[in-house]
Design a binder for this molecule. Structure first.
Ligand SMILES: [Zn+2]
Length: 121
Protein backbone atom coordinates (compact mmCIF):
# COMPACT_ATOMS: atom_id res chain seq x y z
CA UNK A 1 0.00 0.00 0.00
CA UNK A 2 1.55 3.27 -1.08
CA UNK A 3 -0.03 5.84 1.14
CA UNK A 4 1.64 8.70 -0.67
CA UNK A 5 -1.14 8.35 -3.22
CA UNK A 6 -3.86 8.47 -0.58
CA UNK A 7 -5.88 11.49 0.34
CA UNK A 8 -6.35 12.46 3.96
CA UNK A 9 -9.58 14.03 5.08
CA UNK A 10 -10.97 15.68 8.19
CA UNK A 11 -13.28 13.32 10.13
CA UNK A 12 -15.83 16.14 10.57
CA UNK A 13 -16.14 18.19 7.39
CA UNK A 14 -14.35 15.71 5.04
CA UNK A 15 -12.13 18.58 3.89
CA UNK A 16 -8.96 17.37 2.19
CA UNK A 17 -5.91 17.92 4.36
CA UNK A 18 -3.00 16.86 2.16
CA UNK A 19 -1.18 18.69 -0.59
CA UNK A 20 2.29 18.33 -2.09
CA UNK A 21 3.14 15.28 0.03
CA UNK A 22 2.21 16.91 3.31
CA UNK A 23 -0.76 16.84 5.65
CA UNK A 24 -1.53 20.34 6.81
CA UNK A 25 -3.22 20.96 10.15
CA UNK A 26 -3.66 23.88 12.50
CA UNK A 27 -1.98 23.49 15.86
CA UNK A 28 -2.53 24.89 19.30
CA UNK A 29 0.00 24.41 22.07
CA UNK A 30 -0.78 24.17 25.75
CA UNK A 31 0.64 27.69 26.03
CA UNK A 32 -2.09 28.88 23.66
CA UNK A 33 0.28 29.52 20.77
CA UNK A 34 -1.21 28.65 17.41
CA UNK A 35 0.44 27.63 14.20
CA UNK A 36 0.35 25.44 11.13
CA UNK A 37 2.05 22.07 10.89
CA UNK A 38 2.89 20.10 7.76
CA UNK A 39 3.46 16.40 8.32
CA UNK A 40 5.13 14.17 5.75
CA UNK A 41 2.72 11.57 4.32
CA UNK A 42 5.28 8.78 4.33
CA UNK A 43 4.98 6.63 7.42
CA UNK A 44 8.11 6.24 9.42
CA UNK A 45 9.03 9.73 8.27
CA UNK A 46 8.42 12.03 11.20
CA UNK A 47 9.73 15.16 9.63
CA UNK A 48 7.48 18.14 9.90
CA UNK A 49 7.47 21.81 9.18
CA UNK A 50 5.85 24.20 11.59
CA UNK A 51 5.01 27.85 11.16
CA UNK A 52 6.08 29.69 13.17
CA UNK A 53 9.19 27.67 13.96
CA UNK A 54 8.86 26.11 17.40
CA UNK A 55 10.59 23.44 19.41
CA UNK A 56 7.89 21.40 21.06
CA UNK A 57 8.70 20.26 24.58
CA UNK A 58 9.14 16.49 24.91
CA UNK A 59 5.85 15.05 26.15
CA UNK A 60 3.88 18.13 25.21
CA UNK A 61 0.39 17.28 23.93
CA UNK A 62 -0.40 19.33 20.86
CA UNK A 63 -3.96 20.09 19.77
CA UNK A 64 -4.60 19.58 16.05
CA UNK A 65 -7.43 21.31 14.23
CA UNK A 66 -8.83 21.03 10.75
CA UNK A 67 -7.91 24.20 8.81
CA UNK A 68 -11.34 24.14 7.11
CA UNK A 69 -13.86 23.61 9.91
CA UNK A 70 -11.53 24.45 12.85
CA UNK A 71 -12.69 21.41 14.82
CA UNK A 72 -10.31 19.19 16.75
CA UNK A 73 -9.32 16.09 14.83
CA UNK A 74 -8.74 14.09 18.00
CA UNK A 75 -9.73 10.50 18.57
CA UNK A 76 -12.49 10.05 21.15
CA UNK A 77 -11.26 6.59 21.98
CA UNK A 78 -7.54 7.37 22.17
CA UNK A 79 -7.39 10.85 23.63
CA UNK A 80 -3.73 11.47 22.98
CA UNK A 81 -4.11 10.63 19.32
CA UNK A 82 -5.33 12.57 16.34
CA UNK A 83 -7.47 10.73 13.81
CA UNK A 84 -7.74 11.33 10.09
CA UNK A 85 -9.65 9.56 7.34
CA UNK A 86 -7.32 8.05 4.77
CA UNK A 87 -8.94 7.45 1.39
CA UNK A 88 -7.10 4.58 -0.29
CA UNK A 89 -9.71 4.43 -3.04
CA UNK A 90 -13.24 5.84 -3.32
CA UNK A 91 -14.56 2.86 -1.36
CA UNK A 92 -11.68 1.96 0.92
CA UNK A 93 -11.27 4.40 3.78
CA UNK A 94 -9.05 3.72 6.77
CA UNK A 95 -8.61 5.60 10.02
CA UNK A 96 -5.12 6.86 10.67
CA UNK A 97 -4.14 7.62 14.23
CA UNK A 98 -1.02 9.51 15.17
CA UNK A 99 0.29 10.56 18.54
CA UNK A 100 -0.37 14.14 19.65
CA UNK A 101 2.53 13.92 22.05
CA UNK A 102 5.62 15.76 20.87
CA UNK A 103 8.50 13.39 20.35
CA UNK A 104 6.31 10.28 20.52
CA UNK A 105 6.70 8.85 17.05
CA UNK A 106 3.76 6.57 16.72
CA UNK A 107 1.27 6.16 13.92
CA UNK A 108 -1.40 3.52 13.37
CA UNK A 109 -3.57 2.61 10.44
CA UNK A 110 -6.85 0.95 11.36
CA UNK A 111 -7.87 -1.47 8.61
CA UNK A 112 -10.71 -3.97 8.41
CA UNK A 113 -8.28 -6.61 9.63
CA UNK A 114 -7.30 -4.69 12.72
CA UNK A 115 -4.59 -2.24 13.57
CA UNK A 116 -1.34 -2.03 11.69
CA UNK A 117 1.33 -0.29 13.64
CA UNK A 118 3.80 2.01 11.97
CA UNK A 119 5.60 3.08 15.09
CA UNK A 120 9.24 3.92 14.83
CA UNK A 121 11.44 1.42 16.62
ZN1 LIG B 1 -12.86 19.76 9.05
Amino acid sequence: MDIRNCDFHCPHCTGKLNADGYIELSTRRQSGEEGIIRLATTFGNYEYLHEPRVDFNPGEIVAFNCPSCRQHVHSEKYRDYAILKMHVTDKIIFDVLFSREAGKRRTYIVTEDGIESYSEM
